[in-house]
Ligand binder design. Structure first.
Ligand code: SF4
Length: 190
């Protein structure tokens, strides 16, 4: 079981990877980058448990390409995440991992999850290197690794930006993606 903040079905290649995917925000991050847009996900308290079986059912019911693991920091739950990633890969589905760690910092189950993922987007968010016109990354120091498998020849498409708006049942608006000044302005509209 992993502990998550929330999950949603997405189809936005620029932000979350190819195809139709289950985007999972894991609960808790021990890294605490300056300028992180998800500080509400730093606490490890109060998450919702999610099992491999539940994830596999959502993937099958919605004919998804795979999952995208977002933070919080997914590798802070690597011990529980590893079996889920193994199950997904053994069903020929894909895993995209967003992590604040770089490879030389990790070992053990963290490294196993990293190595099993099809695409890894890695590194701290650095406010001074912020760039909203990159695919997957929020700052220029972050690196993307394509591993062997379905996305081994995947080419990044930098040079434009994307954001995704969600309207909740009670009319509340949420935005995911890169907050340009235009989008930030739009968010102020009531
Ligand atoms: S690793 Fe991600 S979630 Fe954690 S502080 Fe950095 S940007 Fe925020």
């Amino acid at each position: 079981m992993i502990s998550i903040q929330r999950m949603m079905l997405v189809e936005n290649e620029h932000l979350y990877g190819p195809g139709k995917r289950l985007l999972i925000y894991l609960k808790g991050c021990s890294i605490h980058c300056e300028g992180c847009i998800n500080p509400h996900l730093w606490s490890f308290e109060g998450g919702t448990p999610l099992s491999s079986e539940e994830i596999m059912k959502i993937i099958a019911d919605n004919d998804l390409d795979g999952i995208t693991l977002h933070g919080g920091e997914p590798l802070d739950q690597a011990d529980d995440l590893l079996q889920i990633v193994k199950d997904i890969k053994s069903n020929n589905k894909t895993v995209i991992l967003f992590t604040g760690y770089i490879k030389k910092e990790i070992s053990g189950n963290r490294l196993k999850v990293w190595n099993l993922a099809d695409i890894v987007v890695a590194g701290r968010f650095k406010l001074k290197k912020r760039n909203v016109y990159l695919q997957f990354r929020g700052s220029t120091n972050q690196k993307v690794y394509m591993h062997k498998g379905k996305y081994k020849d995947y080419k990044l498409k930098d040079g434009y930006t994307a954001a995704m708006f969600t309207i909740g049942e009670n009319g509340e608006m949420d935005v995911n993606g890169f907050l340009t000044e235009d989008i930030a302005e739009l968010m102020k509209i009531k």
